[in-house]
Each structure stands twice: as structure tokens, then as C-alpha cells.
Design a protein around this ligand. Structure first.
Ligand code: SAM
Length: 252
């Protein structure tokens, strides 16, 4: 019986499952980590392709089931909350995969953004609306904090559209599979990533307001002038590079 509180919508569409595994195209020695294996829809075909698979799962009943079905040498089970899990403890050059519980997808993406240096790539099934926000460009209504922070850290690629019927039970929303590839350190030009994060949060606090209002007490008109950025712009008008420039200006 699926548990609503753990966001359990199990994949049942073999075509979609095959397309996800093909998109990942794992090599036997790859360190693949699946978040939320559930009943194993993606886990089982992945196990056929890699020597050893890691999974992070919160539901004890599902863990007990997985333990019975797969020997520990093949399937390393990490019991717990992916939001608090230290992915670096598994190793480096990780390949993360998951049909993520939609209720935690946004905080989980922010959590994972801090593991860029340990991760080779990520392939996630998400609510389509979240993927639209992730890949949105400046000037669009969907462009916001999630777009800026994820586009700063990753290259993003929209891979597969997935309808509700591909799951049991079907979710109320459309889904999509997206690929995230961490950018190399030399492209991460924010002097202080924490500063960038708090700046972007403040900038988008009230989307309809001008940057001057949202950044009151953070950046004054002289600062805007020095950066050549109009204080009358809305947060959604500013490209990622300009947020990085403001953050670096503030960092001194
Ligand atoms: N991968 C399976 C599939 O595609 O059929 C299950 C996907 S289901 C949408 C989400 C899975 O994530 C469930 O197995 C659920 O128990 C697990 N989960 C929910 N919250 C979690 C959390 N905070 N940390 C780790 N796993 C979680």
C-alpha cells in the first residue's frame, strides 16, 4: 500500500523505465546511487547494469523488502532521509538517480546542489512544473530562485515527459525526467556561495516588486550604479551572471 506521506507513486511503465536507464547508460563500475528505490521499478534494471548499487530509502517496510530480495554485496541500502543524508560518505564521481518524492523535491535539489564536486551527474523524475522552473530563462514567469541557484551550479537538460498513467497510483500532475551535470569549479565564480544563496532568496522575496525594494538594506542605489544594473528591474529580469556579480560585489 503506497504511503502518501512518503510521496509514493510507483513507476509501472516499462517504456519509461527503459528510457531512464538508457539515458543514464551506466557502466558496471559506476557508483550509482538511487534515491527512494520504493518497490524497485528502476532499482532492478539498474542492478542488471552495475556491479553494486547504492540506495537511500526512508520507509522501513520497503527496506525490509529490498533486503530480502537482494544480497548486500549487490545492493547497499542506506536507511534514512535523503534530505539529511551525507552523499559524500558513499564516495565521489557519484551518479544520482531517482523518481523523487514530489513533496521534498525542491529542498532535496537545494541539498544536492552542495554535492557538485562529488557528483558526476543526476537523473531525476520530478513534477513537470518543477522542471519548468529549473530550466526557465530570465524574463519568464517560471524564472525564480530555483532557476538561478540550479543553473548556477548545473547544466540542465530536459529529457523525458511522463504522464500520470505511468505511475501507480497516478499523481495529479504531469512529470518529467531531467539531467543535471555539475559545472566544474572554475565556472563557479561566486566568491562566497552562501552570499549568493541569501542574495537570491532576498531578491525573489516578492517577485512583483523592484530589485531596489527586495534588496533594501543589502544593495543601495550607489551599488546598483556601480554594477550598471537598474534598481527598477524585477528579480525575474536579471540573468544568473548578474546575481553572481552582485554577490561578488557585496563580498568585496
Ligand atoms: N523509485 C520507485 C519507483 O519509481 O517506483 C519509487 C518512487 S516514489 C515516487 C518515492 C520513493 O522515495 C518512495 O520509495 C519513498 O518511500 C521514498 N522516500 C520518500 N521520502 C524520502 C526521503 N525523505 N528520503 C529517502 N527516500 C524517501
Amino acid at each position: 500500500i503506497p504511503r502518501r506521506r512518503f510521496g509514493q507513486n510507483f513507476l509501472i511503465d516499462q517504456g519509461i523505465i527503459g528510457a531512464i536507464v538508457s539515458a543514464i547508460d551506466p557502466k558496471r563500475s559506476d557508483t550509482v546511487v538511487e534515491i527512494g528505490p520504493g518497490l524497485g521499478a528502476i532499482t532492478v534494471p539498474l542492478l542488471e547494469r552495475v556491479d553494486r548499487l547504492h540506495v537511500v530509502e526512508i520507509d522501513r517496510d520497503l527496506i525490509a523488502r529490498l533486503k530480502k530480495q537482494h544480497p548486500a554485496e549487490r545492493l547497499a541500502i542506506h536507511e534514512g532521509d535523503a534530505l539529511a543524508f551525507d552523499f559524500a560518505s558513499i564516495g565521489s564521481d557519484l551518479r544520482l538517480v531517482g523518481n523523487l518524492p514530489y513533496n521534498i523535491s525542491t529542498p532535496l535539489l537545494f541539498h544536492l546542489a552542495s554535492y557538485g564536486q562529488q557528483v558526476r551527474d543526476m537523473h531525476f523524475m520530478l513534477q513537470k512544473e518543477v522542471v519548468e522552473r529549473m530550466v526557465a530563462e530570465p524574463g519568464c514567469a517560471d524564472y525564480g530562485r530555483l532557476s538561478v541557484m540550479l543553473q548556477y551550479s548545473f547544466w540542465l537538460e530536459w529529457l523525458i515527459d511522463v504522464p500520470p498513467e505511468s505511475f501507480d497510483p497516478p499523481p495529479k500532475v504531469d512529470s518529467a525526467v531531467v539531467r543535471l551535470i555539475p559545472k566544474p569549479p572554475e565556472q563557479l565564480t561566486a566568491k562566497n556561495p552562501e552570499r549568493l544563496s541569501t542574495l537570491v532568496q532576498a531578491a525573489f522575496a516578492q517577485r512583483r516588486k523592484m530589485l531596489r525594494n527586495n534588496l533594501k538594506g543589502i544593495l543601495d542605489d550607489a551599488g546598483f550604479a556601480a554594477l550598471g544594473i537598474a534598481p527598477t528591474l524585477r528579480p525575474e529580469d536579471l540573468p544568473v551572471e548578474d546575481y553572481v556579480r552582485i554577490a561578488n560585489f557585496l563580498a568585496g
